[in-house]
Design a protein around this ligand. Structure first.
Ligand code: HEC
Length: 166
C-alpha cells in the first residue's frame, strides 16, 4: 500500500495577485469618489459677490416679487390658506421659514417648483418651476439675494442646516 503524497500544486504560484487587487481597489475608490462628486447637488458660492446680489435683486423683482412681495414680505396673512385651500406665498425674509431650509432644498424648490413637493401637496402650491426660465446661476443669485436679507444669526443657522443637508 503506497501512501500517496499529497501535493500542493498551487502552492508554487502566488495565491493572490496583490498588485492587481490593489489596482482594482484603487480604481473602485476613484470611481466611488467621482460618482459622489457628480451626484452631489450643486453647491452655491457663499458668500455671494456683489454681482451675484445685483443679478439676484433683478431676478427677484422680475420673477418672485409678484407673489413673495417686493420686499420679501410675503403675501398678507400668508399663514392662512386661500379660500380654495391653496397655500399663500410665504415671506423670504427673516419673518418667513425660508431660512429654516438648506441651500439644496431652496434650490430645488425654485428650480422644480411643486414637483419638488410630496405628491399630496403639489396641487396646493402655486409655486412655479423656474427650470425653463432661469439658469442655475440665476437661481443661486436670487437665493443669495434672499439670504442677504437675513440676520447674521439666521444666516449662520441656515448655513448649518445646509451643511447637514446631504
Ligand atoms: C405665482 C406665485 C409665485 C411666484 C411668482 C414665486 N413663488 Fe415661490 N412660492 C409660492 C407659493 C404659493 C409658495 C408656498 C407653497 C410652497 O411651498 O410651494 C412658494 C414657496 C417658495 C419656496 C419654499 C419656501 C419654504 O419655506 O418652503 C421657495 C424657496 C420659493 N417659493 C422661491 C421662489 C423664488 C426664488 C421665486 C422667484 C424666482 C418664486 N418663489 C416665485 C408662489 C410663488
Amino acid at each position: 500500500m503506497s501512501k500517496s503524497h499529497k501535493s500542493h500544486p498551487k502552492s508554487s504560484a502566488p495565491a493572490v495577485n496583490w498588485p492587481l487587487i490593489g489596482g482594482i481597489i484603487g480604481l473602485l475608490v476613484l470611481v466611488f469618489i467621482v460618482v459622489l462628486a457628480v451626484g452631489r447637488r450643486p453647491v452655491s458660492t457663499n458668500p455671494a459677490s456683489t454681482a451675484d446680489l445685483e443679478l439676484g435683486r433683478q431676478v427677484y423683482a422680475q420673477q418672485c416679487a409678484l407673489c413673495h412681495g417686493a420686499n420679501l414680505e410675503g403675501e398678507e396673512n400668508w399663514r392662512e390658506y386661500n379660500p380654495d385651500g391653496t397655500f399663500r406665498s410665504p415671506p423670504h425674509d427673516d419673518t418667513g421659514h425660508t431660512w429654516h431650509h438648506g441651500d439644496g432644498y431652496l434650490f430645488e424648490r425654485t428650480k422644480y417648483g411643486t414637483a419638488a413637493l410630496p405628491p399630496e401637496s403639489r396641487t396646493l402650491s402655486g409655486m412655479p418651476a423656474y427650470e425653463a426660465i432661469l439658469t442655475d446661476e440665476e437661481i443661486w443669485a436670487v437665493l443669495a439675494y434672499i439670504k442677504s436679507s437675513w440676520s447674521a444669526e439666521n444666516q449662520q443657522i441656515q448655513a448649518g442646516i445646509t451643511a447637514n443637508e446631504q
